[in-house]
Design a protein around this ligand. Sequence first.
Ligand code: PLP
Length: 449
Amino acid sequence: MLSNLATRDVETLIHPYTNLAAFRQTGPLVLERGHGVWVYDTDGRPYLEGMAGLWCTALGYSNEELVEAAREQMARLPFTHLFSGRSHDPAIELAETLKELAPIQVSKVFFTSSGSEANDTQVKLTWYLNNALGRPQKKKIIGRHKGYHGVTVASASLTGLTANHADWDLPLPGFLHAACPHHYRGAEAGESEEAYSARLAAELEEMILREGPETVAAFIAEPVMGAGGAIVPPRGYFAAIEPVLARYDVRLIADEVICGFGRLGTWFGSETMGMRPHSLSFAKALTSAYMPLGGVTVDEPLYQAMQDQSRKIGTFGHGTTYSGHPVASAVALKTIEIYRRDRIIEGAAEKAPQFQRRLSALEEHPLVGEAKGLGLIGGLEIVADKATKRQYDPKAGVAARCVAFAQEEGLIVRFLTGDRVAVCPPLVIRPDEIDTLFDRLGTALDRTQ
Ligand code: PLP
């Protein structure tokens, strides 16, 4: 029997990434408030938010400094835009701060309101650059199977998940997907992580040669894959593929939407993974999700090309009303100030060994084939047979059941395709709360058997 609010929800809302047919029976989990790493439903029941919302509430809930930063900016100047040369101090200061923090050379920053728009912008800038450089045939972009980059027409084309393509008439032509770098599933028997990385790099090179290097413009990758399964690439993966990309003048875009701002214990996931991208996409933890804000970094060659195009066309024809929204920018500045002042990212690195130890201990569980992560993110895979890695029939929804049991135990985690369960708590989680998280996840797994 659904509550009054739940019934009203079912009758009125369309929920993203939800089985709209099954949902009519189960109804929503309606949350009302949050404190620290805890969220509370309308009956006052607490849940440990083991997913930081959607991989984003890095500073947890009820952070009064962020609330105050938003209030102050709302009272002073709630809105102005960046179109036609208009500007405001929070966006200027934030762009300066991001240039300082980025682990790569950055000429300028372009703001969006979400990760999808950031990656959509990456696609458009890739095309724009190659038109500006007089090589309009060099436009193809390679993502990876199970990579997640968003839901706009272009960013969903970069994404390598069936649900984002099936019956959406996507991906668009010119979007390719290389193999998912998942050693547990993709490696051959006895193949080391390094050998697997070398093989994936060779396969990528074959793909580029098959397509024609003069047609391939960019490659996009999350440092650690999030929505596709919380998958850590094998050792040596980026070191193996980067020379291939460089050989054919293919730009590397790091999708830092989840890994950016401390998730792996460094400011950007690229640093942890030793990636040297040309550009970063970011969003989520930039504001600890207190306001929607994303963006991309632009290097000097790209910026020069953009400027040349403006001379020719008369304007840079891209941007949305809320690009660099002042309130969102003010909240981002405060978020970064807190990350720095309270050593939040160093703290995440310090807590990572405990988090990873508790996660990998779950591999002893009869249902768990793999339990692996990095920093404060991890994924585990539920299998029917650990020896053969055989999976349950996807229709059985075993990971979904495990996540439902976790919720009953007062823990929010997320199931992903391939019977994977993701864990990605706020960076401010305390060591005793990490223990609570994994104790409850263990109980949920026991109940799933
Ligand atoms: N890129 C990555 C790596 C993501 O995880 C996500 C969202 O989860 C996106 C892009 C899309 O971001 P948004 O949902 O803000 O559009």
